[in-house]
Design a binder for this molecule. Sequence first.
Ligand code: GH3
Ligand code: MG
Ligand code: MG
Ligand code: MG
Length: 294
Amino acid sequence: MYDKVLVVDDNNNNLRLLTDILEDEDFEVFTSNSGMPVVDMARNLKPDVVLLDIMMPEMDGFEVCKALKEDNDLRDIPVIMVTAKADSKDLKNALEIGAVDYIKKPIDEVEVIARVQSVLRQKHAKEDLKNKASRDGLTGLFNHALLLELFEKEIKNQERNQWGISFVMLDIDFFKKINDTYGHTSGDAVLKELSEIIAASTRSGDFPGRYGGEEFGIILPHISKEDTFLFCERLRKIIEKHDFLIDFAAIKVSVSIGFYHKTPEDYINSEDMVKCADEALYRAKQSGRNRVEG
Ligand code: GH3
Ligand code: MG
Ligand code: MG
Ligand code: MG
C-alpha cells in the first residue's frame, strides 16, 4: 500500500511542484490550497504525513497544526512545515506546536523526499512497536487495554455517524475442568484455537480482543441488535461443533455469550456497556451455559 501524503499550500504552483516530486516517488498525494478543510480531510483520508505551508490566508500553518495536534484521533499524524522564510523563530514555533520537521523554500526535490521518508520511517517504527505491545501474547488478539481504548474511539465514531454498536463478552464454560483434566498447556492450546475461530468469524471492521484469562471481548461497530444476536449464535454454534485438538485427543468446548447493543439514542458509556454485557454473560451462565443473552 502506498503512503498517503496530504499537501497544503495556498500557492498552486507549489502544490503542483510538491505533488510531482512526491508522485514520482510513488506516494499517494492529496492537496488543499487552504488550511480550512485540513482537519476534515485528515479525518477522512487518514494521511501518513501532512506537508503544511506556514503562510496562508484564512488559517495559517501554525493554526492548522495546532488543530491537528488538539484532536485525539489526528495528533499522531506527523506534520512537516514548509516555510518560505528561514526565520528561526518560526521554526522554533513550528516544532513547539508539534511539527516533527520542516522544509525550506525554495523547494529542493532531494530534501523533500529525504525528509518525508525519514518521518515515515519513524512513524512506521512507532506503529510496529505499538502493534506488538497491544497484542495479547498467547492469542495475538487485541489486549485488554487496547480493546477498551478502541472501544472508546468506536463509540464516538458511532455517535457521530448515528450507527448502532455492540459489545460482546464471551467466556469458556467449565474451563477450569479442561485445565484440571488435560493440563495448563492444553488449556492454552484451547485458548489459541478459540481465538482463531473468533478472529475468523469477525469482519475486518470488528475488534476481537482477549478481555482476561478465558474471557474474550468483541467490539462490533455499525450493527443492529438482531444481527448482533445472530453473530453470537453463529459463533456459539461453530465453537460447540468444533473439535479442539490437544495432544492426541479432540475435545468439545462450549462458551457462554453476553452482549449489549447501543443504539445512537442510547447515551451509555463504554464502561457501563461492558458492565451490561458482563451481566448478560452472567445470565447466560445462570440459565445453563452454552447460551447467548443480550
Ligand atoms: P464457568 O463456566 O463458570 O466460566 O467456569 P470456569 O471453570 O470456566 O470458570 P472459572 O472462573 O472458575 O475458571 C477459569 C479458569 O481459567 C481458571 C484459570 O486458571 C483459567 N485460566 C485463566 N487464564 C488462563 C490461561 O491463560 N491459560 C490457561 N490454561 N488457563 C487459564
Ligand atoms: Mg503560502
Ligand atoms: Mg471467566
Ligand atoms: Mg469460564
